[in-house]
Design a protein around this ligand. Structure first.
Ligand code: ADP
Length: 303
């Protein structure tokens, strides 16, 4: 199969942990090449799904295919073509980036010295760490460590790259740099970005899903999902703590000491509300609140 045709297909995947928590509830997703955003609050089941895709744990039920590969049965094949940047990963603080990346490259099976030098150099440049390659990783900032993690994940040209909550601990400048790096990754591979930050998805992803309590609530293209909300999101600026109970409030944000309230309504709610252009945050909050049923699309996919 040609690389550019690789799709990831997740069908009816469920997982209940030993403590009784159902982390995944009949999850089905069709993930094409490109950047895919898996958006959901803490505890939604994102990491459980990411670890399952990375062959680190098994679901109770369901099937997963990456192109021709049966992910749950052909784990070695998956691992050969997988790059996984977990939520938290350790680095050896006393080793420099170049040496550690070289070491991981050996583990990945790149045994030829010259080939390894070329790959390590290219990845350090791609992740903008070339100038800092001799610096010990213990002295790296959060953003630099994350970019180093991407360099490690990219060893061996993965066809599936999984990045779990990568921007959580980054300052705004580091976050932008990190997202720019992700956006440059090949369009030929499947890149899954799991995050609770709506902007990560709106800035980067061509396809997305919203997950909550183990269930997929929405699978959509961000732009289409935003379009589908046009004419339904209304805004009002209020003094603090004066929310009206009868409105379908989807978000209330403090701004300069006042509260900006967004409500979902198919008709003009009157009462001083004005129509606003929806954005992905409105999609997220109205979906989470159960109002956004118009563009719900959770359908069976064929492999
Ligand atoms: P997210 O990545 O979206 O924050 P997780 O997949 O980490 O969500 O967690 C989903 C749910 O499963 C949470 O309620 C969490 O507490 C629970 N959970 C996660 N890992 C385990 C585990 N190893 N054992 C028991 N419960 C777990």
């Amino acid at each position: 199969m040609e690389n550019h045709q690789i799709n990831l297909s997740i069908r009816n995947v469920s997982k209940t942990y030993g403590n009784g928590v159902q982390a995944l509830d009949n999850v089905s997703l069709h993930i094409p090449p490109g950047m895919y955003g898996l958006l959901g609050p803490n505890g939604a089941g994102k990491s459980t799904l990411m670890r399952t895709l990375a062959t680190l744990q098994d679901p109770d039920e369901g099937s997963i295919r990456l192109g021709e590969i049966d992910v749950l049965r052909q784990k070695e094949e998956v691992r050969q073509t997988l790059g996984y940047l977990p939520q938290e990963f350790g680095v050896y603080p006393k080793v420099n980036a170049e040496d550690l990346l070289d070491y991981f490259a050996v583990l990945k099976g790149i045994t030829n010295r010259a080939a390894r030098k070329e790959v390590v150099g290219r990845l350090l440049k791609q992740t903008n760490l070339w100038d800092k390659r001799r610096q010990k990783l213990g002295g790296y900032s959060g953003g630099m460590k994350q970019r180093f993690g991407v360099a490690v994940a990219l060893l061996g040209n993965p066809k599936l790259l999984i990045v779990d909550e990568p921007t959580a601990g980054l300052d705004p400048a580091e976050r932008v740099r990190f997202l720019n790096l992700l956006s440059e990754l090949g369009e030929n591979s499947v890149v899954i970005l799991s995050t609770h930050i709506v902007e990560d998805v709106s800035e980067l992803c061509t396809n997305m899903a919203i997950i909550n309590k183990g269930k997929i609530l929405l699978e959509a293209e961000p732009m289409q999902a935003v379009d589908a909300l046009k004419g339904r999101i209304w805004r009002k600026l209020m003094p603090k703590n004066t929310l009206e109970q009868d409105q379908q409030v989807i978000s209330a944000k403090l701004f300069s000491g006042r509260t900006i309230v967004h409500v979902y309504s198919e008709e003009n709610p009157g009462n001083g509300f004005e129509l606003v252009e929806p954005d992905l945050e409105d999609v997220y909050f109205s979906t989470m609140a159960g109002f956004n049923k118009s563009c719900q699309q959770v359908e069976e996919v064929s492999i």
